[in-house]
Design a protein around this ligand. Structure first.
Ligand SMILES: Nc1ncnc2c1ncn2[C@@H]1O[C@H](COP(=O)(O)OP(=O)(O)OP(=O)(O)O)[C@@H](O)[C@H]1O
Length: 257
């Protein structure tokens, strides 16, 4: 059985069908990219899966259990983690403290802070920082880190609830090309080591084609294509949608050059 099965998901805002009968599956241990031009419905899909939005119809099965419409916190407790486009780390805190705070939240101890946060889950936090290659910078304030390193810290924070499914919203936005590849290689390693599944949105076609196991393409709320990089790259409908929006694969290559 797939870890995640999205079935006939629909959601409208007024007259806009942001998601229109969208179905796809994500097996354990896969990196699945969700792409599409602006307004395609990617955020709406993410927000329904992690409980920030209710669908009008359809199901989101996590290992067979329908989580659609559940509160975000309940879904998080069931092992759905998320990284955001906007930084989720507190810049005034150290790298270690940020991960400790995420672990405290996971273990529901935020209301019992009679000891300083620094006393809790130090070893566990250091282990997570080891996994993302940030243990050496544990005592630095997040404010002084390079952007790519903040993203690594956020990844460690997202791993604090031991997710089975990790949702990553444009993980490499704002990064230089070498940082992008490093972050995605790290993500791949975590997927392999922890057996988790990752669903990510991404505007950089280079990242998508180089790192995703499979790709699904949305346009105006509908799923128009699904497959590996080659299949999606050569899909006439996908090319039409991207050419139509001016946001072509060729543009992506020109930007890189
Ligand atoms: N809260 C909302 N209220 C009204 N309309 C919304 C809302 N959220 C999304 N929409 C509309 O739903 C459609 C899908 O939006 P969504 O943000 O899911 O697309 P997206 O693929 O994530 O776009 P982008 O790449 O620009 O972030 C758009 O037409 C958008 O204007």
């Amino acid at each position: 059985m797939s870890l995640l099965q999205v079935q006939h998901l629909s959601r409208s805002f007024g007259g806009v069908r942001a998601l229109d009968d969208v179905s796809f599956a994500l097996p354990a241990g896969q990196l699945l990219a969700l792409i599409g031009p602006n307004g395609a419905g990617k955020s709406t899909c993410f927000n329904i899966i992690n409980g920030q939005l209710r669908p009008d119809g359809g199901a989101v099965l996590l290992e067979g259990e329908d989580i659609a419409g559940m509160a975000a916190r309940k879904i998080w407790r069931r092992g759905v983690g998320r990284t955001f486009q906007v930084s989720a780390a507190f810049h005034s805190m150290t790298v270690l403290e940020n991960v400790q705070a995420a672990l405290l939240s996971h273990h529901r101890k935020l209301s019992q802070l009679w000891r300083p946060a620094s006393a809790y889950f130090r070893d566990e936090a250091m282990q997570l920082l080891e996994q993302v290659g940030m243990a050496g910078q544990a005592q630095r304030a997040c404010a002084v880190l390079a952007y790519g390193d903040i993203k690594r810290v956020e990844l460690a924070m997202a791993l604090s609830n031991a997710p089975r499914l990790l949702l990553m919203d444009e993980p490499t936005a704002g990064m230089a090309a070498h940082e992008r590849n490093e972050l995605m290689a790290l993500t791949r390693r975590l997927v392999n080591e922890r057996g988790i599944s990752v669903l990510f949105t991404e505007h950089s076609m280079d990242v998508v084609f180089a790192h995703a196991d499979r790709i699904i393409v949305l346009a105006r709320g509908k799923l128009i294509a699904a497959g590996d990089a080659q299949a999606v790259r050569n899909d006439p409908l996908v090319r039409e949608v991207y050419f139509g929006s001016g946001n072509t694969f060729e543009t992506a290559r020109e930007e890189r050059a």
